[in-house]
Design a protein around this ligand. Structure first.
Ligand SMILES: C[S@@+](CC[C@H](N)C(=O)[O-])C[C@H]1O[C@@H](n2cnc3c(N)ncnc32)[C@H](O)[C@@H]1O
Length: 297
């Protein structure tokens, strides 16, 4: 029988995650606006576009990503010189390739946005510098794939390896558990293309610490970073944002980049990784409560 992989949702962490994805995508789209680049937003554990919390449907990360990107395009004054596209991939049959396109259609209709019949092209109205609507619209190409995260990261790597220097990729990594994330492939991608790539990871700090604890008492455990600090440290030279945790499992979001955003996003709980507050957040996420209290006394 085929194994069904659950799409986890938690009351404390999931709405906060969706807000984080929307805001980070919006910020990234704005930053790339005038760079004449081809920017790929890739959600490599995309799910089916919806989460249910206490019986209520909320957006899944692909829709949050689109909300952030489309929100940025609608707020721009003047057409962007960069082109944007999205890739949504998930290993489970039909999740990215069947259910998700239907949700994208419902979402686009609810926003009054034009979406091609095959769901692969979204057209967004643009304003000129004077605030008037332009004839030209921004075209956002959408790709839906049934693929493992390893396959998707390797594919992104091959795209970035091509000669065109103006390719960029902003990747969202949201595995059910840390052992599903393609750590080695992401690190290789970073080592080869760090100036073209930004990686945003939604990770439970508690799960990382639990795996480390089990390894320390001799249990065979998957190869994952020991804690959030080790996870960030594996991406050499990365700065970016770290978010305050949510829930007992300390779900956090780390946005890793070589190009530190000019400001932090404290309203949403994000601080700069290389700030004192960032160091304290990373310490809190990386130590047990007992260790943290001892070292901050
Ligand atoms: C936490 S859910 C994603 C939720 C989604 N990002 C959201 O916020 O709405 C994790 C997803 O990863 C998928 N998945 C599990 N293992 C995978 C793998 N190795 N490669 C790609 N997708 C995987 C599952 O099918 C599931 O839909």
């Amino acid at each position: 029988m085929k194994k069904v992989i659950m799409q986890g949702a938690s009351k404390a962490a999931t709405p906060y995650k969706q807000h984080s994805v929307q805001g980070i995508t919006g910020m990234q789209a704005m930053r790339e606006k005038n760079k004449g680049c081809s920017v790929l937003f890739a959600d490599i554990f995309c799910g089916d576009g919806m989460n249910v919390i206490d019986g209520q449907e909320i957006n899944g990360s692909p829709i949050s990503m689109l909300e952030g990107l489309v929100g940025a395009l609608l707020s721009m004054k003047g057409a962007p010189s960069s082109k944007y596209r999205c890739l949504f991939a998930d290993i489970s049959e039909g999740r990215a390739t069947d259910f998700l396109p239907q949700r994208v259609r419902t979402w686009a209709d609810s926003k009054g946005l034009e979406l091609s019949d095959d769901c692969t092209k979204l057209l967004i109205p643009l304003k000129g510098k004077d605030g008037n609507i332009l004839k030209e619209k921004a075209e956002v190409l959408l790709t839906f794939a049934q693929a493992s995260a390893v396959e998707t990261v390797n594919w992104i790597s091959s795209v970035l390896r091509r000669r065109d220097k103006r390719r960029r990729a902003c990747i969202f990594v949201d595995p059910n558990g840390p052992k599903h994330a393609p750590w080695e492939e992401l690190r290789n991608l970073w080592d080869q293309h760090k100036r073209k790539v930004e990686i945003t990871a939604h990770i439970s700090a508690t799960q990382l610490k639990r795996i480390k604890g089990a390894r320390e008492v001799g249990k065979a455990m998957p190869q994952v970073p020991d804690h959030v600090s080790a996870m960030i440290g594996a991406f050499k030279g990365a700065g970016g944002w770290i978010r305050s945790p949510a829930g007992a499992d300390q779900w956090t979001v780390a946005m890793l980049t070589m190009f530190q955003p000019r400001s932090d996003w404290k309203k949403a709980g994000f601080v700069a990784i290389d700030s004192e507050e960032g160091a304290d957040t990373i310490r809190r996420l990386s130590l047990t409560a007992k260790e943290y209290n001892k070292c901050t006394k």
